[in-house]
Write a protein that binds this ligand. Structure first.
Ligand code: SF4
Length: 189
């Protein structure tokens, strides 16, 4: 690791895209968490289900990556997906609190329903898409959800009037995958 983690909080991260137009409105950073215990049939990311160690990334590193992405790409927010982000709940609450300090909007995808997600986390989230993915209820035209049983919860007003614009796509990205670093501006592993 490049940095010592003063907080001693680490995440098991499968992938990061520092700037994408595909994971919600505006330009945003997307983080895919490794590990999921929901096991939806026809999961769109089955490789993210196993609780294997992917990339161990500290709280401080994730904050710095987001800070730099905001400076470099003017990202509006962050999308947390997976895998199941809430399986790393203690660190996730700390991480979201730091993202709020950077004035980043936060979208959370969870296979759990809203009533199973701690309030301490929900109060930091702007938009939540909750529920399992059920292929029988697949909804290909929907902007942000995969199946009709899932719900979109606007927990703040931040994205209330937003429709995802699919024309506003990738503006540049850095992916952390298998330890590979693209762009060379963040040295993590
Ligand atoms: S919650 Fe998401 S990652 Fe987990 S099994 Fe369902 S679709 Fe896959």
């Amino acid at each position: 690791m490049k940095y010592h983690s003063a907080s001693n909080v680490y995440f098991n991260i499968a992938n990061i895209n520092r700037c994408t137009g595909s994971e919600g409105p505006f330009k945003r950073m997307a983080i895919w968490f490794q590990g999921c215990n929901i096991y939806c049939k026809s999961c769109c990311n089955p490789e993210l289900q196993p609780f294997r160690l992917a990339h161990l990334v500290s709280l401080e590193e994730l904050i710095e990556i987001a800070f730099r992405a905001k400076e470099e790409f003017s990202i509006e927010g962050v999308t947390l997906t997976g895998g199941e982000p809430t399986m790393q709940i203690i660190g996730l609450i700390k991480l979201c609190a730091e993202f709020k300090k950077l004035d980043l909007g936060i979208i959370l995808y969870s296979g759990n329903k809203i009533f199973d997600i701690p309030q301490e986390l929900l109060k930091l989230i702007d938009l939540l898409v909750d529920g399992m993915y059920i292929e029988e209820f697949k909804e290909p035209g929907a902007a942000m959800k995969g199946s009709k049983n899932q719900d979109i919860h606007h927990l703040t007003k931040r994205y209330l009037n937003i429709k995802q614009n699919k024309e506003d796509r990738i503006h540049g990205s850095i992916n952390i995958n298998d330890g590979a670093i693209i762009n060379g501006d963040v040295l993590l592993f």
